[in-house]
Design a protein around this ligand. Sequence first.
Ligand code: G3P
Ligand code: CA
Length: 239
Amino acid sequence: MRHRIAHRGYSAVAPENTLPAFAAAVRAGATHVEFDVRTTVDGVPVVIHDRTLDRTTTGEGHVWEATAAEVLALDAGSWFSPAYAGVRVPTLIETLELLAAPGPALLLEIKPPATLDQAKAIVELVAERGLLDRTIVQSFDPDVVALAGQAAPDVRRGLLRMSFESDAVDLSRELGVVCCNPPVDDVLAAPERVAELAALGIEVMPWTANDIDRWAALADAGVAGLITDRLGELTGWAS
Ligand code: G3P
Ligand code: CA
């Protein structure tokens, strides 16, 4: 298994989708750092998973209804531990700057809703920092995957799935993605689909592989990597 992907950074030890989580992922041996991008009402891409600010910050309401100044004023660390009080929601630019040094690849998820202009702005920021070659842009929404391709025809793209039905193969081929990433349970239930995708040169990286007892079975199923919160343990296991 080649890839060790830190889900929202090394999110077992630091608040998800924050700069400390990304730095910890690098230190723990991630081959890829996964994170989620949304755009504020005033057009600033920020890194946060949920549709709302409620769970992981001291704010509330939809991310896309808040200004960047409002989002960046919030505490995004206290919910995880008092040790991380004062940690902020990072902008995409801050995240790219942290990850720009030689190191892991970037698995950048664009969360819907996203417009073509927003997808373009996100991919342009990646390109401006010379990180396009080290980045895979992924989304659960096939339309967003297509938008990313329109925004930057050369960027590698991935398709996230909530299940692993046979249509995943055709859809992945049509979209021209390099990876198709379904849930762990679905991959274990349909390992033949991993082989079908591999025959097309498309890798499978299941999420969220936090149960160590299942890592060997996933490797046997032929996955290219695991997306996990437990990056340090995966590095140890893989070695
Ligand atoms: O990259 C896989 C994973 O991040 C997809 O689920 O909800 O954590 O974004 P979610
Ligand atoms: Ca994600």
